[in-house]
Design a protein around this ligand. Sequence first.
Ligand code: ADP
Length: 399
Amino acid sequence: MKILVINAGSSSIKYQLFQMPGFTILAKGMVERIGEADANLVHNYNGNKHVAQIEAPDHDAGMDVILATLTDAEIGVVGDISEIGAVGHRVVHGGEEFTGSVFVDEHVLDSLEKFADLAPLHNPPNLTGIRAAQHSLPDAIQAACFDTAFHTTIPETAYLYGLPYDIYEKYRVRRYGFHGTSHRYVARRCAKLMGVDKTQANIITCHLGNGGSITAVKEGNSVDTSMGLTPLEGLVMGTRCGDIDPAILFYLADKGYSMDQLNDMCNKQSGLLGISGISNDMRNLAELVEQGNERAKLAVDIFCYRIKKYIGTYTAVLGRLDAVVFTGGIGENNPNLRAAVCGEQTQIGIEIDTERNEAKSSDERLISTDTSRVKVYVIPTDEEAAIAGDTYELANADS
Ligand code: ADP
């Protein structure tokens, strides 16, 4: 069975076509700048890369381009569209309702619309992507896989804020958490690498990309995560501030900042970018730190400090810690950051092996010493494979 995994954003659609059950990637790529005059397609297949200017006034048109490309006589990888048996969609917010991946039906579509105000930047384009795929592939099974689903096991004590209870009852204001597909994937891989069942390990997973979150995974289930009602809470990120005293916002509102300005400041002008005043990209900052730039160093130090603080907190939450996993663009590729976060953590049993940590590799690997009580791993995330796996399971449970 061939499964197409779709991640639709406001102006882009990313795709990967898998041959299941072996998870072989037949092609992957993306349509970018949907709705603009200079929309383009990047398509990777059989070790080749094809880039083209395209017409994509909307998501339907973008999806048609993807399907035409996948079935193209020269650069395509399938003979006929009917070979694509199922489509797995990444959906950011599944609210409290979706505890796992589901087939898309009218009820699911209605619920996603309902959750749009909780994830206004993400759910509407996700929904548009689903509709476009239903339109272009009417015979394929459509599945929705939620970023929030893995976190639906978080207990009330960890998901409720210290606000009046009726705010939760009326508006469902609570911690939802995000990056769930990634946290679940790397936690399962980690248990495999440790040679134990997922129910036997307590793991802290650190997904560190441009957005970042940390999850405490107890015996296979998420029991707490750093992102909250929205992806703004928790770590200091590329451009997001993460945890702050909420009274800062009232204070600044009093000084004349509008809601829009504060929203923009916290989501787009803060974090690594805001502190360094230069860049949200860890690669740029790492170079600047090498050159002695003080503000870049401060930004990176604050970034690492916050991660360390969460690892300490979640160690207490888990009671017993067996492993820490680093993933995401920064977690996978930045040994200095991993060393800074794991330094002086022998008290909780973390000891990094310098040579293992600095080895150049894009494989899953152990980076702690053989005597470290807590194992530390770098595990490249693969959300698309996780979505393909869920979709495959759903499709086969159905038949
Ligand atoms: P997103 O959250 O957008 O998916 P990514 O997971 O791609 O983000 O991570 C982006 C971050 O990862 C950037 O700060 C970037 O500097 C860093 N990064 C990505 N690749 C590398 C690399 N090869 N070496 C060092 N840092 C990297």
